[in-house]
Ligand binder design. Structure first.
Ligand code: BGC
Length: 717
């Protein structure tokens, strides 16, 4: 099937004039140019945003990006990443795919898999995690789910688009090791296994080149990972179109006007910046995409899918229930008893915060209200505002006072707290991770007064919780989407057992975050000084205390871990529910592919497995490790040069005997080799293993360049 389309695409390209081809390189806002006019077999295709739901504008040329058709608002990606559940995220893709088809959307501009490098990142709520492995696993399933429904996914923003501050010009300066191991890693599996129909390049620069024309990034996509689909710019971000096309870029979104793009392409060809063959190649990708999208529409009819909105709403709830994270639960205060007298306070209980701002914003089909949902379960639930998000200082003091006076009449006080809409949005980063003062004050005072306080947080990314030790329970509900309220109620009253686990670290304070000293850089560049120690990798390595570690999440029941197979290929753990409440019980099997043991080596610009002993840890969070096992792995040969030392050379099997053979004519050097075997570390390590070949040459008159060459060749023999 695909082969036929490819052939047709090639035939169409051959029939087009240069001007027509140029027009096919550019989107007009959300749609392609009317390509039917260009060729009778092509229909224009439509793009729409959406990691948390379909953002289909009512009018495609509307400047109000919030004027969208109603659709299911699912929990934000930062929420559902805490489910750590591939199957569920795959189903989410299918649900969104169905909605996209109904809205005649050909491609959804999702998922977004940039790393949460700093808690201040303005779009953290749209991203999955600070860990590239978890991110890649979930994003690959999301893509497969969407594309199963015949709708394309667009993986974005490639790569290292980790901040909103100066996002359109900032240059991310990242050492190769961190770039590959962290920032590119998150994209690799989604590209190779998810096979998205599009990949969107980031706005920013990486190591001196804008993403959309970055030879290295484009080459990794096209050559190393073999990506065959459409590569699109972020909005208006085709900085160097010629260089981009030369390396694999195919589409500008939205692009220049038809006349401008034609002029530009003619110029690029005239100046020899691109060849017509390179232009054809780019256009062919777009045509192939248009043909495939058209074929899906023909097969399924135009309004191709009528989804059941109620069923989608229920799924949004299921997803939220599996994702919310119970951070703290002292003396098992939760679940709440239905008969308890409960005071609910905080404006967010009646005006919930359920999604982030910017291009992922959707117009929810049916928004639930937390207070109403709580009243469905609790018999004695009452509400007082406690604070207003936009209230004046005096108004908030009065509201707080009112709650403090009445709180002692109730067994439990549930405070809805979190971040206001304006704090978390695309387009700018957060200034701090503090919560609004009036909310902190309310919680603090209630706790000091001896109330049993349960805090329900609504925020898209981490917050500081100065009051955390004084409160009884904390439920991180994140941004739960349109059905988040019933998910909260069902978790609080124990209808559902909380099972979310943090996909990011909650630091005690912002200054603890590894990127703190570097983020967001100066006017032109940002140095990724923490290297590959992003998020929990640094907290764990430095044993730095955190408020809540990566992977943390409590439950109403208890689990025991039983270790099964641990090998180079797999780790198997059976998790058994040993508590009194129903919870999930399962066998978790993690496949360990070669990549699990690989590190990126800057010296040879490639991934390698080092000969070493590796530790495999199994735990319920990075701080709660229940089991460790060590396995020795025979890896690649170390990279050997004349500046390598004897210790590294001797890691190669059989090397001692071979070296002994060559050095027998050079007694001084031989002496150092023999020392590597001495029991005294001063001799074996310090005098033997640390000597480099070049140092030996200086110490030993008899050793020449050709002897060193011979030794280097031994490595290969
Ligand atoms: C965002 C993309 C989004 C696009 C279209 C850009 O500003 O960075 O994520 O897909 O707008 O809305």
């Amino acid at each position: 099937m695909e082969r036929n389309w490819k052939l047709t695409a090639t035939q169409i390209v051959n029939e087009l004039s240069l001007e027509e081809k140029a027009k096919l390189l550019s989107q007009i806002v959300w749609e392609t140019t009317d390509i039917k006019k260009i060729h009778k077999d092509l229909k224009k295709f439509l793009l729409a945003d959406g990691p948390a739901g379909i953002r289909r504008l009512k009018e495609y040329f509307d400047e109000d990006i919030y004027n969208t058709k109603p659709s299911t608002c699912y929990p934000s990606p930062s929420t559902y990443a805490s489910s750590w559940n591939r199957t569920l995220v795959h189903r989410l893709g299918e649900y969104m795919g169905k909605e996209a088809r109904q809205e005649e959307v050909d491609t959804m501009l999702a998922p977004a898999v940039n790393m949460k490098r700093s808690p201040l990142g303005g779009r953290n709520f749209e991203y999955y995690s600070e860990d590239p492995y978890l991110t890649g696993e979930l994003a690959a399933e999301f893509i497969k789910g969407i594309q199963k429904e015949g709708v394309g996914a667009c993986l974005k923003h490639f790569a290292a688009n980790n901040q909103e501050t100066r996002r359109m010009n900032i240059c991310a300066e990242i050492e190769e090791e961190a770039l590959h191991e962290v920032y590119l890693s998150a994209f690799e599996k989604p590209v190779k296994e998810g096979c998205p129909q599009m990949v969107m390049m980031g706005y920013n620069q990486v190591n001196g080149e804008f993403c959309a024309s970055n030879p290295k990034l484009l080459q990794i996509l096209r050559k190393e990972w073999g990506y065959k689909g459409v590569i699109v710019t972020d909005c208006y971000a085709a900085h160097n179109l010629g260089q981009g096309i030369r390396h694999g870029l195919t589409l500008q979104m939205p692009g220049e006007s038809e006349s401008r793009i034609v002029e530009r392409v003619v110029e690029l060809i005239e100046h020899g910046e691109i060849t017509e063959a390179q232009l054809d190649e780019a256009v062919q990708h777009n045509i192939l995409f248009a043909l495939e999208a058209g074929a899906v529409r023909n097969e399924t009819g135009n309004v191709s899918c009528e989804y059941n909105r109620e069923e989608h709403h229920k799924f949004a709830r299921e997803l939220a229930e599996e994702s919310m994270v119970l951070l703290q639960n002292k003396d098992s205060i939760l679940p709440l008893h239905k008969q308890s007298s409960i005071l609910v306070t905080g404006e967010l209980a009646v005006h919930p915060r359920f999604q982030g701002g910017g291009s992922s914003h959707v117009n929810p089909w049916k928004l639930e209200i937390p207070l109403e949902e709580l009243k469905k379960y609790g018999k004695q639930v009452e509400y007082l505002p406690g604070y207003k998000i936009e209230g004046t200082v005096q108004e908030n003091q009065e509201l707080c006072q009112e709650v403090l006076e009445k709180a002692s009449e109730y067994e439990i006080v549930v405070v809805f707290a979190g971040l206001p809409d304006l704090i978390e949005s695309e387009g700018y980063d957060r200034a701090s991770i503090e919560m609004p003062t009036e909310q902190n004050h309310l919680i603090e005072k209630l706790a000091e007064q001896g109330c049993r306080v349960v805090v329900v947080l609504s925020n898209g990314s981490v917050v500081e919780m100065p009051w955390r030790e004084k409160t009884a329970a904390i439920l991180e509900s994140y941004l739960g989407g349109e059905a988040g309220a019933s998910a909260i109620a069902r978790i609080l009253f124990g209808e559902v057992n909380p099972s979310g686990k943090l996909a990011e670290t909650f630091p005690i304070c912002l200054e603890d975050n590894p990127s703190f000293l570097y983020f967001p850089g100066n006017k032109t560049r940002v140095t990724y000084g923490e290297g590959r120690f992003v998020g929990y990798k640094q907290y764990a390595a430095l044993k730095k205390p955190t408020a809540f570690p990566f992977g943390h999440g409590l439950s109403y029941t208890e689990y025991e871990y039983h270790i099964g197979e641990v090998s180079k290929a797999r780790v198997e753990v059976t998790v058994k529910n040993t508590g009194e409440r129903a919870g999930k019980e399962k066998t978790v099997s993690v496949e360990l592919d070669k990549k699990a043991f690989m590190r990126y080596h800057t010296e040879c610009h490639s991934w390698m497995i080092e000969n070493s002993v590796y530790e495999i840890s199994v735990g319920s969070s990075v701080l709660d490790i229940r089991f460790r096992e060590h396995i020795a792995i025979q890896g690649n040969l170390p990279v050997i040069t004349a500046d390598s030392n004897l210790g590294d050379l001797l890691q190669i099997e059989g090397m001692y005997t071979r070296l002994e053979q060559v050095l027998k004519e050079h007694p001084v050097s031989l002496g150092f080799l023999v020392m590597t075997q001495d029991e005294d570390p001063l001799k074996s390590v310090s005098m033997g293993s640390l000597m480099t070949l070049n140092t030996l040459k200086r110490v030993d008159d008899t050793l020449s360049d050709s002897d060193i060459d011979m030794i280097l060749k031994l490595e290969l023999s």
